[in-house]
Design a protein around this ligand. Structure first.
Ligand SMILES: [Zn+2]
Length: 430
């Protein structure tokens, strides 16, 4: 009796698990045949081969690749074009983003500027990390919602595109896409090499079509149209079939890798032992970007697009700090963000919370400039008790007197609410 029950349970389990497997979401691949319609792409005419046009080669390869994927029940294929037409680059990435695809593959044919035709072989591009900042801007402006998939929505439930936490979330997303793009790209290039082609490797570049895709994305240059051997290969049925097979195998291997680890984001990271919950640090940490005699405003190019900057003036020198946190993990991310933005010498500085100055005080520098403020300037109309100083031909106007940095930050916020922006916290010693 006991054994029978066990068999029934086992049978139920089998039915249940197989249902579960069939209910799994298909792996969606967007295939983008480069160029099309009036945009012919790279092309070259040869006496024996005839006219080799990029738009025709890319479409032929994509249709062959798509047919292979469609035969496999694990995949869903979305084409940005199946005929000789020209969807804009934005249309193409919109198709990909709307479909919430798992992988975006754009197929192209290269051409070298020189007519000598020495450049040959394949190369695969992924979005470069140096452009992350720009990428973040695009994400913030246009695709803030698209950028977060279901799982991320749970993690970052209170998503606000302008908050520093969301910036960190976007940043993590991008590095996840980049890692996975590099993996699938290296599979593609390895397969090309195995089939006897010359591989120029995987490269990182700032390409529109990759920049705007909210998923792992690669752009494959399948060969040079102005190299005779490449052109002959790419215009042949056999060559196109082989290229499609190489990409197909790379997609299969990439999916296997993601399935094995049960989550795309885990594939490049070693499985970590259960981490204890992170304990906050005793100090707050800010990232010191630079120490300079000049005052910069928020949108000045010197600040390289970083937000959440706190300038603190000490002994006539401005120190620019980025972010604030008492979590070690966030501190590390903030530091990396600063370095990626170009502040190579940035480092984290600890601040003891609510520390009272005993030998000095903080005030707010509300204005510094060559011209004296007129008595009906917004600053002087809004604030009483503004102190005025002049040194080296510069007029300085300061306001308030508080003893902790936290109070100074609060005072600065209060002034901002009154419309007085781009102020600096000044630390005074007396
Ligand atoms: Zn192209």
């Amino acid at each position: 009796m006991y054994k029978l029950n066990f068999k029934i349970i086992l049978a139920f389990l089998l039915i249940f698990s197989s249902t579960f497997i069939f209910a799994q979401k298909k792996f969606t691949v967007v295939l983008d045949a480069g160029h099309g319609g009036s945009d012919h792409g790279a092309n070259r005419s040869y006496p024996d081969i005839g006219l080799v046009e990029e738009k025709n080669v890319t479409l032929a390869i994509v249709l062959k690749l798509g047919a292979m994927l469609e035969k496999n029940k694990d995949f869903k294929v979305i084409y940005t074009r199946k005929i000789d037409e020209y969807p804009s680059l934005t249309d193409r990435t919109n198709i990909a983003n709307r479909s919430k695809a798992d992988l975006f593959i754009s197929v192209h044919v290269n051409s070298s500027p020189s007519r000598s035709a020495t450049a040959r072989g394949t190369e695969t591009f992924v979005q470069g990390p140096a452009q992350n900042r720009e990428n973040l801007e695009v994400a913030k402006q246009e695709n803030s919602v698209i950028y977060l998939d279901e799982k991320d929505k749970e993690t970052f439930a209170s998503y606000d595109p302008s908050s520093p936490e969301s910036l960190i979330a976007l940043k993590l997303q991008q590095s996840k896409y980049l890692e996975n793009s590099l993996i699938v790209g290296s599979f593609v290039e390895a397969n090309f090499e195995k089939s006897g082609r010359f591989s120029r490797g995987v490269k990182q570049e700032n390409l529109h079509i990759l920049r705007r895709s909210a998923m792992p994305s690669i752009l494959i240059e399948t060969g040079f149209v102005n190299n005779y051997e490449d052109a002959l290969y790419l215009s042949s049925e056999k060559g196109q079939q082989e290229v499609a097979e190489n990409i197909y195998k790379a997609i299969i291997d990439y999916k296997k890798a993601t399935d094995r680890k049960a989550g795309v984001e885990l594939i490049t990271k070693k499985p970590e032992p259960q981490k204890p919950v992170e304990v906050p640090l005793k100090n707050d940490f800010r990232i010191l970007l630079m120490t300079v005699p000049n005052k910069y405003n928020l949108n000045d190019p010197e600040l390289r697009g970083l937000n959440y900057i706190l300038p603190i003036k000490e002994n006539g020198i401005y120190k620019y700090y980025y972010g604030v946190t008492n979590m070690a993990s966030v501190k590390d991310i903030n530091l990396k963000t600063a370095k990626d933005a170009g502040f190579k010498n940035a480092y984290a500085v600890g601040f003891m919370p609510n520390q009272k100055l005993v030998t000095g005080y903080y005030n707010i520098e509300v204005y510094a400039g060559k011209d004296k403020l007129s008595s009906n300037s917004p600053i002087l109309l809004a604030l009483k008790d503004v102190e005025r100083n002049k040194s080296n031909g510069i007029f300085y106007y300061t306001y308030g007197k508080v003893y902790t940095l936290e109070d100074a930050v609060q005072l600065q916020k209060d002034l901002e609410d009154k419309g007085i922006k781009n102020t600096v916290i000044q630390k005074n010693f007396k």
